[in-house]
Design a protein around this ligand. Structure first.
Ligand code: KG4
Ligand code: ZN
Length: 400
């Protein structure tokens, strides 16, 4: 290697964005492309898995071309390929995995399968192409991942080592935003729509319930969603009171007030628990990731609490909070450095948890040999069976 940082080509297709990126040294984004499917799924008000998979197939090659051209890099100059292997929609994952495996096989490049949630977490390590160098997040740290499908809080004392502090017991934070968006008649996805609507609230006194769940770090948002639904129904039933429009819709100003109240309730619980976790684990930094981390109110609350404690906080810019390829390059890099390699049998793992459900919740790097390694492999196989993994074969290899 000629003194330059090793380069990973990273591919993400787990949900409704096709992401491709070139990441140097696990941090520096040389180029990236994200083909969003928001407009495609908006009419249905939610992701249609079959449409998502087809759209990945349609956009993955143009996205790769775009990235290679804008970085002025050819595939043989790449040192490895990282691809999201789960969790996510099976059909969508399969497109990225088959594509990555084909490229790796054709160009004889090492391949690594990446957990999408680990990607959201490592987005905080990324640097934009022209951004000045800055230190990486120091350990130990507390990280909150809030996406459309997952919400959890972990302590990290080292790379790739997670101690699960808490997670949602029902809806993910993003899912709650999306459902609330539908209840309020706002567009899809609900998160950004609620954030925008909330800025228009004149009165900021709508109080919706918070589920604190005692002293635990777990989250619950389904009661909040039900409370919002009851509130909307009650106000509509009250008929032509101020605040309702003919046709059974709340007027936009009332929608804004309820959107504000809903966002406030979610942000309050997320921020309070994250900051308490930082205090109780004596964290040296806070990390945020996932689509909901692009929420301005949440970013502000966490940043304010962190500043009051003198803690550095690492929150990616909004376009790196939502799904993208670069974050897979950042997490994939850590896996590469740890010596992980995927074979041509890499399959989609639609329900792959980040923190593995065996032994203690404190997951360390996978043991490489001996009885511990065999126990680890057995636990993985059991987890794979339970999650209904989908094998993928690469042209020319699958038949052998
Ligand atoms: O991480 P992500 O892009 O995809 C998943 O892995 O799920 O997260 C998407 C989620 C959606 O639920 C969306 O409504 C939410 O992130 N989201 C937001 C905001 N932007 C995206 N939620 C609240 N405020 C936002 N500004
Ligand atoms: Zn995501």
């Amino acid at each position: 290697m000629s003194g330059r940082e090793p380069l990973l080509l990273a591919i993400e297709s787990s949900c409704d964005e096709t992401g491709v990126a070139l990441v140097a040294g696990g941090r520096r984004i040389l180029a990236q492309a994200v083909a969003s499917q928001i407009a495609l799924h908006a009419p249905a008000g939610g992701i249609v898995p079959e449409l998502a998979a087809r759209a990945h197939l349609r956009w993955i090659v143009p996205a790769l071309r775009d990235v290679l051209e804008s970085a002025g890099v050819t595939i043989p100059e790449v040192d490895g390929i990282a691809v999201t292997a789960g969790p996510g929609l099976a059909g969508s994952l399969l497109v990225g995995i088959a594509f990555a495996k084909t490229l790796a096989w054709a160009h004889q490049l090492p391949l690594v399968g990446v957990n999408h949630l680990e990607g959201h977490l490592y987005a905080a390590w990324l640097l934009d192409r022209d951004e000045p160098e800055r230190p990486a997040p120091p350990f130990p740290l507390v990280a909150l991942v809030v996406s459309g499908g997952h919400t959890f809080l972990v302590e990290m004392r080292d790379h790739l080592a997670y101690r699960l502090l808490g997670e949602t017991v029902d809806d993910a934070a993003g899912e709650a935003f999306d459902k609330a968006g539908r209840l309020l008649g706002l567009g899809y996805p609900g998160g950004p729509a609620i954030a925008v609507a909330a800025t228009g609230a004149r009165r900021r006194d709508a109080v919706l319930p918070r589920a604190w769940l005692g002293s635990s770090y777990d989250f619950s948002f389904s009661g909040l969603k039900t409370a919002l639904r009851r509130q909307v129904e009650a106000e509509l039933a009250a008929g032509a009171r101020p605040g309702t429009e003919a046709g059974g819709r709340l007027d936009p100003l009332r929608v804004a007030e309820l959107a504000w109240g809903f966002q406030e309730a979610v942000v309050d619980v997320l921020a309070t628990k994250t900051l308490r976790a930082a205090d109780e684990t004596a964290a040296r930094a806070l990390v945020l990731g996932g689509g909901v981390a692009s929420n301005v109110a949440l970013r502000g609350r966490i940043a304010g609490g962190a500043a009051a404690r003198g803690l550095p906080v690492f929150i990616p810019p909004p376009d790196l909070c939502t799904d993208n390829g670069a974050m897979i390059g950042a997490a994939g890099w850590q896996r590469f450095v740890a010596g992980e390699r995927a074979g041509s049998d890499l399959g989609a793992r639609p329900a792959w948890p980040l923190v593995r459900p065996f032994g203690t919740p404190d997951t360390r790097r996978p043991p490489r040999r001996g009885p511990a390694a065999r126990a680890y492999e057995a636990a993985l196989a059991a987890e794979r069976d339970a999650a209904g993994d989908v094998p993928v074969s690469v042209p020319g290899e699958g038949a052998r």
